[in-house]
Write a protein that binds this ligand. Structure first.
Ligand SMILES: [Zn+2]
Ligand SMILES: [Zn+2]
Length: 175
C-alpha cells in the first residue's frame, strides 16, 4: 500500500466531525452509537465507502487531501448516514428515502449522492478484486496476469485468492 500520510490536524478535524455527527444522531434516537472504525484505505475514484457489517468508513486519502472542506461538510456525514441507516432500517436502497431522511433530518446535511471532485489525480485504471475480508484495487498489469492464468494473488490478511469483482460492489459496501 502506498502511504498517503494524513496530517494529524486533518485527521483530528475528520474525527471531530465524525464524533459531532454521531452525537447528533445519538441525541435524535436517544441512544449512544458506537464509534465507527475510520481509516484511509479507500482507493480509486470513490471519496469513501461505508462497510455496513464492519461498522467502518474508508476515506480516500488522495481526495481528502485535495478537498478537505467537502469531506468535512459532505463526505463524512454521507458515509456515516449509510451506517446509521443500516443500523436503523437494515438493508435498504443505498441512496433511497431512508438515507435522504437521515441526512436531512438527523445529520442536517444536504443529501448529495456525489461530491463533484476533480478526479484527475485518482483516475488511474484499476480493477476491483475481492477476498473474504475487503476490496482490493489491482493494476492493469496484475489484472492481465490473472486473466492470462499466469498468476494468483492472495489477500495478506485472510489468505483468500483474490477474485475479480467486475464493476459490482459487494452487497454490504456502499459508496
Ligand atoms: Zn482478505
Ligand atoms: Zn453513498
Amino acid at each position: 500500500m502506498k502511504p498517503n500520510r494524513i496530517p494529524i490536524a486533518l485527521h483530528q478535524a475528520v474525527m471531530s466531525c465524525l464524533r459531532a455527527k454521531l452525537r447528533q444522531a445519538g441525541d435524535y434516537f436517544n441512544t449512544t452509537f458506537p464509534e465507527p472504525v475510520l481509516n484511509y484505505q479507500q482507493r480509486g475514484t470513490s471519496a469513501g465507502t461505508a462497510w455496513l457489517d464492519k461498522w467502518e468508513i474508508r476515506l480516500n486519502p488522495v481526495l481528502l487531501l485535495a478537498n478537505r472542506d467537502t469531506f468535512i461538510d459532505e463526505v463524512i456525514p454521507h458515509e456515516l448516514a449509510h451506517l446509521l441507516v443500516f443500523r436503523q432500517f437494515g438493508r435498504v436502497a443505498p441512496h433511497g428515502k431512508q438515507w435522504r431522511w437521515m441526512m436531512e433530518n438527523v445529520l442536517h446535511t444536504e443529501p448529495h449522492r456525489t461530491h463533484g471532485f476533480d478526479l484527475a489525480t485518482v483516475r488511474t485504471t484499476t480493477f476491483h478484486y475481492l477476498c473474504g475480508c475487503q476490496r482490493h484495487e489491482l493494476t492493469v498489469r496484475r489484472h492481465n496476469r490473472i486473466m492470462r492464468g499466469e498468476s494468483l494473488y492472495r489477500c495478506r490478511q485472510c489468505g483468500d485468492v483474490l477474485r475479480f469483482a467486475g464493476d459490482n460492489n459487494p452487497e454490504n459496501v456502499v459508496e
